[in-house]
Design a protein around this ligand. Structure first.
Ligand code: GLC
Length: 748
């Protein structure tokens, strides 16, 4: 038994928890402001500082090891919050130690990374972003909150809302991709899902907008690396999803590890005090990332832990995750006049406020009911929701000669290192999601669809990243007798996520070589991808007959994939991030600037002196917003309600969308707007609306968007966040290359 747990058990017995006695009843307490002020009036400076201290449990570390005597520190009343401790019974024991051993009986706040599910795991967030369905994302967060809160958690370190345009950075998997508009909508959906409409309910949890800020802009896509940008890029591109989270009522933020233009976010006063707590009036609490305070020494921004701690607290950081710098040094800094009681009080109040909001003062044990935990885990409706969201997150990238959907009577060779995988399929940051034995693999999903009637074989052929060739021939032997080959390939889940940066984003190992051998058999080959980042797939796009992007699709992933392959589900996801032709194009994103010498492609009469590469086209292999269907959608008849609008007025843009194919299907109709001339240069186009619609075959619907001057704001030459009069072009279609267009003028 782990040392920590043994100690915990001894303390528990000592504390008399062993006897089943009635726990504290919920008690009526004063209104928040009064209660917190009363409590703080009784607290010593030390006790206020200890509320700003968070430690990780023994069980899981999600960063550099930090020492594991956190129980002793809880006993001494030196801890305000614990991360990575899970389970109703386990966390009740820990809470009991805190409440019964601390002078003022202040309950602990239990946090965990509930990123895309707690036990029932949903697709990774980049996968859920592919659904372009905020209601689906909200549902996933709601279910995650129900399971997590029943499991003793009151705080998730999610949503990750970092805009990311560099697939070398492994953490693209955790966010909503490259676009501000989509990222902001999904930030709101996640906050609403996690926090619900009342944090005092015991099935809602604090959300945490992270990583504040610009973490996804890491130079060269290398995790934790420097970011350096203009205030305008910061405000136009990286801050909006965080502001959307604040507007949605998010109660906590997490600072990012990176520096922004020389100042680490952890002690970035401009970011934390001027913008977040000042301009945006954020009244919640800011936690550092894991030992982020200590790391300012390595940044060269602080001399030692005490320096780092006082810089962070004075800049607006309210809680120190794991680093122990606040615990060990803030009282000394206070005695030396380096931090004021006002700053300590503000941080302590913010922590106590969220504990009050959660109802922890009324009943410190309200989240630790083992019966409720059992009843609210893996409920059938949760697993069905995981299947539903997974089906919405799959993106069909290619389908030559309609090789998909497969027919159930075909002889099919399923091959590839992920064909029977139940481990990687739930992705990284999968909290307490069970892998082998619980997650549904593609193989299991196929058997669920076909029963015993299928004429199918399953062979790994190669490893994900290994170099063993001994299984390849057996797989090829089966494949050559098939009508069609389905290759299930991709990455290991830990090749993306935190500390998962790579310079090579090809299919790893011998997978491409195996595909080439399969291709030689002269059969149609369907490539099913499981990956956490855009991969470079130019060869695959050239040589495969169909490509289905499934990301890491979660506990029911295998069912979603199989039902899609056999046509029981018509794929309807769209890419939330561009796929480069090769890594040399990175960073690549759709809402780029035009430059003074834009390259117009092969038709461009001037091929030399243009902003282009001489060895590859400028365009991505697959564009933002791109995704095919088993059916076809035609766009026509764009109409604008007026050619001119004034400030504060709206223009309606409508188009007809018709399902002209042979399958019922869903389509994400997308609206892009181009600000033709600005006081600063503007992107070639920006997503300003999307709507996912269902159309039966032959059916047509009119989709209408509304645009007002507020939707056209940006930071102008004077750093004012405003729209500017002038011409605007609009484009509507099924991806960011949409060509159906119109225009209007915004007039003073
Ligand atoms: C990690 C991650 C952060 C996570 C935290 C707690 O280092 O950067 O996203 O929430 O530590 O696990």
């Amino acid at each position: 038994m782990k040392k920590g747990l043994l100690l915990l058990s001894m303390l528990t017995l000592a504390s008399g928890y062993g006897q089943k006695k009635k726990e504290d009843k919920t008690q009526k307490i004063k209104p928040k402001a009064e209660f917190v002020a009363d409590l703080m009036s009784k607290m010593t400076v030390d006790e206020k500082i200890y509320q700003l201290v968070q430690f990780t449990s023994d069980g899981t570390v999600t960063g550099p090891k930090s020492g594991d005597n956190y129980i002793t520190r809880i006993q001494q009343g030196k801890v305000g919050s614990v991360l990575n401790a899970t389970g109703a019974a386990n966390n009740r024991m820990i809470q009991k130690i805190a409440v019964e051993n601390s002078r003022l009986k202040i309950p602990l706040l239990f946090g965990h990374d509930v990123i895309h599910g707690y036990k029932t795991i949903f697709p990774i967030n980049l996968g859920m972003a592919s659904s372009f369905d905020p209601s689906a994302v909200e549902k996933a967060a709601r279910i995650a909150a129900i399971e997590a809160s029943a499991g003793g958690i009151q705080w998730t370190f999610a949503p990750m809302v970092d805009i990311a345009r560099d697939p070398r950075w492994g953490r693209v998997s955790e966010g909503s991709g490259e676009d501000v508009f989509l990222g902001s909508k999904l930030a709101v959906a996640n906050v609403r899902g996690f926090q619900g409409d009342d944090l005092s309910k015991n099935n809602t949890i604090l959300a945490c907008a992270k990583h504040f800020a610009a973490y996804g802009a890491a130079e060269a896509g290398r995790d934790y690396n420097t970011t350096d940008m203009s205030e305008r890029v910061l405000r136009d591109t990286y801050l909006p999803p965080f502001q959307a989270a604040v507007d949605a009522g998010v109660k906590t933020f997490m600072a990012s590890f990176n520096e922004i233009s020389g100042v680490p976010s952890t002690a970035n006063k401009h970011l934390l005090r001027d913008v977040l707590k000042g301009e945006w009036k954020f009244d919640g609490m800011v936690v550092s990332d894991y030992t982020g305070v200590n790391e300012m020494i390595a940044h060269g921004f602080a001399k030692d832990d005490q320096d780092a701690a006082q810089l962070a607290l004075n800049a607006g950081m309210d809680m120190d995750m794991v680093g122990a710098t606040f615990m060990n040094t803030l009282k000394k800094s206070y005695d030396e006049g380096k931090v004021s009681i006002e700053v300590i009080n503000d941080a302590c109040k913010r922590v106590l406020d969220v504990k009050y909001d959660l109802g922890l003062f009324e009943d410190p044990y309200r989240y630790f009911d083992e019966k409720r935990e059992k009843e609210n885990t893996y409920k059938p409706e949760f697993l069905d929701a995981a299947l539903d969201v997974a089906k919405k997150s799959l993106v069909l990238l290619k389908n030559k000669n309609n090789v998909l959907p497969l027919k159930k009577d075909q002889k099919i060779a399923f091959v590839g290192p992920l064909v029977s995988d139940e481990f990687n399929i739930i992705g990284s940051w999968a909290a307490l999601g069970e892998r082998d034995g619980r997650a549904v693999s593609v193989k299991e999903g196929v058997m669920n669809v076909l029963g015993n009637s299928g004429k199918v074989t399953f062979d790994n052929g190669v490893e994900i990243t290994g170099t063993k060739r001994d299984m390849m021939q057996a797989a090829l032997n089966n494949a050559k007798n098939a009508d069609v080959i389905v290759a299930v390939m991709g990455e290991r889940e830990n090749q993306t996520g935190e500390a998962g940066s790579q310079t090579n984003i090809d299919l790893p190992g011998l997978q491409k070589e195996f595909l080439a051998e399969l291709k030689k058999l002269g059969k149609p080959v369907v490539l099913v991808l499981m990956n956490g980042r855009p991969l470079t797939l130019s060869w695959e796009d050239e040589n495969m007959d169909a490509i289905l992007e499934t990301w890491w699709s979660g506990t029911r992933g295998g069912d979603a994939i199989a039902q899609t392959l056999f046509g029981d589900n018509n794929p309807n996801g769209k890419l939330p991030i561009s796929f480069p032709r090769n890594v040399g194009q990175v960073p690549i994103y759709y809402n780029h600037k035009n430059t003074g010498r834009p390259y117009l492609g092969l038709s461009d009469p001037e091929q030399k002196y243009k902003s282009r590469y001489t060895d590859v086209d400028n365009s991505p292999l697959y564009a933002f917003g791109y995704g095919l269907s088993y059916t076809k959608f035609d766009y026509s008849n764009m109409k604008l309600s007026s050619e001119k609008i004034g400030f504060g007025q709206k223009v309606k843009i409508s188009v007809d969308v018709k399902n002209t194919g042979n399958y019922d299907g869903d389509e994400v109709v997308q609206l892009y707007v181009k600000d033709v001339v600005g006081s600063v240069t503007r992107p070639v186009r920006e997503l300003k609306g999307f709507e996912k619609i269902s159309l039966k075959k032959g059916e047509m619907k009119t989709v209408t968007f509304e645009i007002s001057s507020d939707d056209l704001k940006f930071y102008n030459i004077n750093m004012q966040n405003t729209a500017e009069a002038g011409d605007f072009e609009v484009f509507v279609g099924g991806n960011s290359d949409a060509s159906l267009n119109g225009k209007f003028e915004l007039v003073k």
